[in-house]
Design a binder for this molecule. Structure first.
Ligand SMILES: Cc1ncc(COP(=O)(O)O)c(C=O)c1O
Length: 425
């Protein structure tokens, strides 16, 4: 891997990019790195290498997918093998059957599934499926949960939790947002009240919130949702786009002992190539076209390159060690932080995903997360960058570890964390 810098530096690229893209980027969080984003020319293991010739230990990992780190040889070889045979046929391929078989072994609630191309597509298809199957229109979501960039889910809570949500984006028809109820995360009373009307097609939830920093579910929250949704004919959609294959081979539903009606996956299961999966009860998934009336289609669905990459990743994850390494790395990171950070703070960690909230002692939902000192978090992010460590440039993203964050790298990182924290004082 060429780790050297190039003659075109990040600043040059950025200056051109702002003439080409809205805000200079193709996904908004990327613009948050100050004074301009660094441009990455490659990655290897736990490291990324910038156009400016810098190496950084990466805890963003493409916002979660790269559980084996950058450029793992097994995944690269699987992609290369598929590339040699060609990469798009518009017909079924063997790899899609093999990947689905593996997914079902590890996540038995996904009796059948449909491959799509992103987490956004997966949750959109899941919600349409729930509406088509139940004949109900409304859905319930939780304040601060992110399920992608489509109209059905870009709804925030406001304070009146069980009332209709407010769109988080311009351009979403009021008619659409009125179909979405919003409750605070971890508030089972609110969720039960909304579902008791028996007019909601589905409740969609992140089993561990990973889009407001990291917020774990309170004891009884997920099982309560399962019970109330079953009792009210509301389908439970577990959005495991982040947690699927990150928390364990069986995802959050294995960790928390839950059987949702529908599961959405993305990120890790595509090995870093674009993917989404919507799966669940056989009778539900059979409602998709062509066996049922709920339309879904896609030129790139079950893309052969993605299927090959996904299979190669799962082969590695099945060996177990990637989970051990990623979790130890997360522990080392958090310990170094806890040890050096003297100001009030709380770290929420679930296995290999975590986030620190400063100036506050407890974060259980979106409203409490918003009370954290976001500008101090950004200072921490910037101080870490100066020490060669890349964590998400937003308080409301998660910090992820991978199987490539071995003990040697983490020793270096622990040292960087101590230095970065000192500079905050
Ligand atoms: C829980 C969750 N669901 C859905 C999505 C949307 O996935 P994508 O960005 O692949 O469209 C995300 C993205 O971060 C996510 O975190």
């Amino acid at each position: 891997m060429d780790k050297g810098g190039s003659s075109v530096l990040s600043q040059d690229l950025w200056e051109e990019a702002i003439t080409l893209f809205a805000g200079g980027v193709n996904s908004p969080v990327r613009a948050k790195v100050q004074p301009y984003p660094f441009y990455v020319r490659g990655g290897q293991g736990a490291y990324i290498f910038t156009e400016d010739g810098n190496a950084m230990v990466d805890f963003v990992l493409g916002y979660g997918p790269l559980f084996l780190g950058h450029n793992p040889p097994e995944v690269r070889r699987a992609i290369e093998r598929q590339l040699e045979r060609g990469w798009l046929f518009g017909t079924p391929s063997r790899a899609e059957v093999e990947l689905a078989r593996k997914i079902r072994v590890h996540i038995p609630s996904m009796e059948k599934m449909r491959f799509v191309n992103s987490g956004t597509e997966a949750t959109m298809a899941a919600i349409r499926l729930a509406r088509g199957y139940t004949g109900r229109t409304k859905i319930l979501k939780f304040d601060g949960n992110y399920h992608g960039a489509h109209d059905y889910v870009l709804i925030d809570a406001g304070s009146a939790a069980s009332e209709y949500g407010v769109p988080t984006s311009a351009g979403i028809p009021g008619e659409v947002s009125k179909t979405v109820s919003v409750c605070p995360y971890n508030d089972l009373t609110c969720a039960s009240r909304v579902m008791s009307k028996e007019d909601h097609a589905a409740v969609i939830v992140e089993p561990v919130m990973g889009n407001m920093g990291v917020i774990p579910p309170k004891e009884g929250f997920l099982s309560g949702l399962r019970e109330v949704s079953s009792n009210t004919g509301t389908l439970l959609i577990l959005d495991e786009v982040i947690t699927g294959f990150r928390l364990s081979l069986g995802g959050a539903q294995e960790v928390y002992g839950l059987r949702p009606d529908i599961t959405t996956l993305g990120k890790i299961v595509g090995g870093g190539l674009p993917i989404g999966v919507v799966g669940g009860r056989r009778d539900l998934i059979d409602s998709f076209t062509p066996s049922g009336p709920v339309f879904n289609a896609g030129t790139f669905n079950a893309h052969p390159l993605t299927m090959a990459a996904g299979l190669a990743v799962l082969d590695q994850l099945e060996k177990g060690w990637p989970y051990r390494v990623a979790e130890s790395a997360a522990k080392v990171f958090v310990e170094a932080l806890e040890e050096s950070l003297k100001l009030p703070h709380v770290v929420n960690r679930v296995l290999s995903m975590f986030q620190v909230f400063m100036g506050i002692s407890e974060v259980v939902d979106a409203q409490s997360a918003k009370k954290a000192d976001r500008s101090l978090y950004l200072k921490f992010h910037e101080a870490l960058l100066r020490e060669g460590v890349f964590v998400a440039p937003s308080q409301f993203e998660a910090i992820f570890t991978s199987a490539a964050h071995g003990s040697e790298v983490m020793e270096e990182v622990a040292h960087a964390i101590r230095k970065a924290v000192k500079s905050l004082a």
